[in-house]
Design a protein around this ligand. Structure first.
Ligand code: GCU
Length: 662
């Protein structure tokens, strides 16, 4: 093995592609140069990568042009077969790149056939929450579970030949699943990172140069207070002419250094980060300031909608954290400039294992939106637990906010400006710490390219690519380890969508009453009689009213609210009967026992393939299964004991469970 795992780009597959006699018909650009450099050009080619306007020089490419539609789009491509020659036809070098990777995933169509692909949206971004150096409390990568940063080491951009080689391989890995943009530093911009915008720009140039050959544009998280911190101005007020001029000058200098720079990612007025509110201005005024500086260069601002009152106390319903983003941003629809993209977390709270879809994603028709998911497993087992997140993302993306009769999905409405994911990668030998967590990175890229893909199909692709030539039992075990793993995780953690119950601050392992921001009472509102948060319109915080019909009605009543979200929307007695027929309390007991048993079974199955999958990938996963099972038991025992004590209602299957030792 290399010093790091090849993930889903095993040398064999890549070499097989590189071994073909290729012909690249493109203009000289950084990606075309990469393709030319990676592939072996030969006479009598059997693989032709052609831009449409160069197709005339090859019979096979000409035949592809005849078959393909008139315009494949800026990143789209067609794969065709002409005799013994495979052709990738595209309008741009980006399309050629994605077409080449397509051939890793699937055989070319039969002679005369054609396969067409174009991405759902143009911006498919990965946000690294990387700090430049190790942070005393958070480590180097905030919520990072995969070692240190791939970009930064002790305050500087990594730039040794080995480090740049790895960055190059990282770019290839990301491009191969369709990711085309990356934010290289944490959204919480610490002081040293703020300087990347000005006097430390060279460091960003290093990263941009390494990723450009793979069609990946670099974005930067910036501090809203930069004019004060870096420019020596007395204010960062978005309406002050000096502040405007400063952003303009600074942004010009960025584009002089990096002409394909993507833009700024901003967390403002949230969790202590500075923002326009300090000057009595709103988010639109704040975002438009940066947008104006970026617009002449074609850059965008990703303005995050993750805002909430973190002193939430439940005594006033307007402090319900779930309501915050919608309340704050919907009045501003129509006020954002065209190059502002409002980046919205997929749920209204914070990447819990189960949340309803954020209503904001359907409520800003005149604003470009990007949906943000979290590949890093902050609340989903921190890459110690297997938790394949694509089924959750896919549910969100396919959600129809106006009901089943209206075909518009969240992927259509909430991703008009693209996708963003918090990265789960780092400099661990397996990129993601847990070898199986790579599947989440891969799936994010694939779903951002095509949100309608079936997560099981994506998993099959990843498994196949990652384990070439492995015995069937290895592949079926890997797939079954991941397939239902999100549901398993959900079963042994916080029940029925209620959320949290994790240890405060680091968010790993159970602590039923542990939540950072409720000085009065608990987050889940469990008492002697019942549990759950009343977010209904009549007696609760009114959050359910933020949804359009039919969802506002459906969520508003415990009789129609889906079981898995019941405690997110309702405070109900423990004896409340779910649609499943079980009572809430018995559901808690049963699912915690089941989830834990499922984790144990997954560990057993993994042990069974030790001889078939030798090496670190098996060992590393096996040792993480030990931790997962330990932690799942801890969750089960704490949750079940807690609710038994609170409710006084025994587990009706308690005796049976004691007998079989679960
Ligand atoms: C979560 C996470 C923080 C992060 C924040 C964000 O709250 O715990 O570490 O900074 O999300 O998305 O900005």
């Amino acid at each position: 093995m290399n010093t790091y795992d090849p993930a889903w780009l095993p040398d064999e597959a890549w070499h097989a592609l590189r071994g073909r006699r290729a012909l690249v018909l493109a203009d000289g650009g950084p990606i075309a140069d990469t393709l030319g450099g990676e592939l072996h050009e030969g006479s009598d080619p059997d693989l032709v990568l052609a831009l449409r306007h160069h197709a005339d020089t090859s019979d096979a490419a000409r035949a592809a042009v005849r078959r393909a539609p008139a315009d494949l789009g800026p990143e789209g491509y067609a794969v065709t077969t002409h005799g013994h020659t495979t052709v990738v036809l595209a309008e741009s070098e980006h399309g050629l790149l994605y077409g080449l990777f397509d051939l890793l995933r699937a055989d070319p169509p039969a002679d005369g056939g054609i396969r067409l692909e174009r991405p759902h949206t143009a911006l498919r971004k990965l946000d690294h929450w990387d700090n430049l150096s190790v942070h005393p409390r958070m480590g180097q990568v905030e919520r990072g579970y995969a070692g240190g940063s791939l970009f930064w080491d002790d305050g500087r951009a990594r730039n040794t030949p080995e480090e740049l080689r790895r960055l190059h391989d990282y770019g290839r890995l990301l491009a191969s699943c369709g990711i085309n943009a990356i934010t290289v530093n944490n959204v919480n911009v610490h002081e040293d990172a703020a300087h990347l915008l000005t006097d430390r720009l060279d460091d960003v140039v290093t990263i941009a140069d390494a990723l450009r050959p793979w069609g990946i544009r670099v974005h930067l998280s910036v501090s809203y207070a930069a004019p004060v911190l870096l420019g020596g101005l007395p204010t960062a007020d978005p309406l002050a002419p000096d502040v405007r001029a400063w952003w303009q000058r600074t942004t010009e200098a960025v584009y002089e250094a990096i002409d394909d720079f993507g833009g700024y990612t901003v967390k403002a007025d949230s969790e202590g980060q500075p923002g326009p509110h300090s000057y009595g201005r709103d988010h639109a005024q704040g975002a438009n300031l940066l947008a104006a500086a970026l617009a002449p260069h074609g850059g965008v601002v990703h303005w995050r909608a993750f805002v909430y009152d973190h002193r939430q106390d439940w005594r006033d319903r307007s402090t319900d954290r779930a309501r915050a983003a919608y309340d704050e941003f919907t009045p501003l629809d129509e006020q954002f400039d065209a190059n502002v993209i409002l980046q919205v977390k997929h749920g209204p709270i914070d990447f819990q294992p189960r949340e309803p879809v954020s209503p904001l994603l359907a409520a800003m028709p005149r604003t470009r939106l990007a949906i943000e998911v979290q590949a890093t497993q902050e609340y989903t087992g921190q890459q110690q637990h297997v938790c394949y997140l694509a089924p959750m993302w896919s549910e969100v993306l396919g959600f129809r906010p106006y009901g089943e009769d209206d075909a518009r999905t969240i992927a259509d409405l909430g991703a008009s400006g693209g996708f963003a994911a918090v990265a789960n990668t780092g400099n661990s030998p397996f990129w993601c710490g847990h070898p199986l967590a790579q599947a989440n990175l891969y799936a994010y890229g694939r779903l951002a390219w095509n949100p309608a893909l079936d997560p099981d199909t994506v998993l099959a692709e990843w498994t196949h690519l990652t384990h070439p030539g492995a015995p069937d039992l290895v592949r079926t075990t890997v797939r079954s380890a991941l397939e239902g793993s999100w549901r398993t995780y959900e079963k042994y953690t916080a029940p029925l969508g209620v959320g949290f119950m994790v240890r405060p601050h680091h968010h790993y392992g159970p602590d039923v009453d542990g939540y950072e921001y409720t000085p009065w009472g608990t987050y889940h509102h469990a008492d002697r009689d019942g549990v759950g948060v009343d977010r209904t319109t009549v007696t609760g915080t009114g959050y359910s009213g933020q949804y359009p019909e039919p969802w506002s009605d459906l969520y508003d009543s415990p009789g129609t609210c889906p079981d898995e979200l019941l405690l997110f929307f309702h405070h109900v007695p423990y004896t409340h009967r779910l649609h499943s027929g079980r009572t809430v309390i018995q559901h808690i007991y049963d699912t915690h026992a089941e989830g834990c048993a499922e984790a144990e079974e997954a560990r057993r199955r993994w042990q069974r393939i030790a001889h078939l999958l030798p090496g670190e990938r098996h060992r590393e996963t096996a040792s993480r299964y030990e931790e997962q099972v330990r932690c799942a038991r801890e969750w089960r025992d704490q949750i079940n004991a807690y609710f038994h004590r609170k409710s006084g209602i025994p587990d009706e299957r308690g005796a049976e469970r004691r007998e079989c030792g679960t």
